[in-house]
Design a protein around this ligand. Structure first.
Ligand code: B1M
Length: 222
């Protein structure tokens, strides 16, 4: 891997947005994801390599450290911000089709549930590792999931719930999705869940953290 791509990966891992950003203190005054991504494109490194060998490498490291409680929500947010800044430079290459997304992931917090901090972290990690995410927001009903799946054939679906009282809605929504689209893969997550509950409602995978979900999604690519 080129040294420049390694530096981009470091910027994502440590949340270094741009040169002016004071965070993280040990990288103060250094170029960040913004300048280095622009430099890499100017040097002729392809957008695809910048994404897969720079940005995604950094994001994967953050995901693993977050799962292992070595970093916490604020650091993940800084990494996501650095990633977003870098992606602005790469967007034209996505639009032209030169860089392709791995697939589509539709996610929402289930009906009756307004908690979205965890869902948004999941989005950052999934997006950061190369997937297009369709965010349906919070309090999402079965028919909203079903029409989003209809609009995005082949998409994977994720349901998040933080309340024991909305876990029943997760059950209802999963069953409705499976009835309308039996082959669609449904992933579930959120603090009150476990794998027994996942089995009971007929979802395909439960992950306690974003990284487990990312690993599962990537494992499904043919
Ligand atoms: Co609420 N709340 N809340 N709340 N809230 C909890 C969840 C609660 C445990 C607090 C408590 O009583 N100790 C409790 C639930 C109890 C229960 O169900 N047994 C509770 C309650 C009761 C309520 C209200 C009913 C309170 C009231 O009004 N009486 C009300 C419900 C509103 C509603 O949803 N209809 C309510 C409201 C709120 C706020 C609006 C004030 C706010 C939400 C703001 C927001 O999200 N924008 C809020 C908050 C912040 C919390 C706590 C403090 C924090 C939740 C959180 O964001 N955690 C929470 C108590 C606590 O956890 N200490 C609490 C951090 C987040 C990163 O973790 O969401 O678990 P989490 O996501 C993780 C994983 O679970 C996983 O990845 C994430 C990152 O690791 N993950 C997935 C999540 N989704 C995934 C999907 C996947 C895979 C992994 O695949 C698809």
């Amino acid at each position: 891997m080129s040294e420049l791509l390694e530096r981009i990966a470091d910027c994502i891992e440590f949340g270094k947005i741009n040169k002016a950003a004071p965070f993280p203190p040990q990288m103060k005054g250094e170029d960040g994801a913004d300048e280095l991504t622009s430099q890499a494109l100017k040097e002729g490194i392809s957008a695809r390599r910048i994404l897969t060998e720079g940005l995604m490498v950094g994001m994967e490291k953050v995901g693993i450290k977050f799962r292992e409680n070595k970093v916490f929500v604020p650091q993940v947010l800084m990494s996501a911000k650095a990633m977003k800044t870098a992606m602005v430079h790469l967007k034209p290459y996505f639009l032209s089709g030169e860089v392709k997304e791995k697939g589509i992931f539709i996610i929402g917090t289930v009906e009756g549930d307004l908690h979205d901090i965890g869902k948004n972290l999941v989005i950052m990690m999934v997006e950061g590792t190369g997937w297009k995410v369709v965010d349906l927001g919070t309090d999402v009903k079965a028919d909203q999931f079903i029409s989003a799946i209809g609009e995005n054939p082949g998409a994977f679906v994720g349901l998040s719930a933080l309340l024991t009282t909305t876990m029943v809605n997760m059950d209802k929504i999963t069953k409705a999705i499976k009835e309308a689209f039996p082959k669609v893969c449904v992933a579930v997550g959120g603090a009150p869940l476990n794998d027994d509950f996942r089995k009971k409602i007929g979802a395909d995978i439960y992950s306690p953290d974003p990284q487990g979900l990312v690993e599962y999604l990537n494992s499904q690519l043919s």
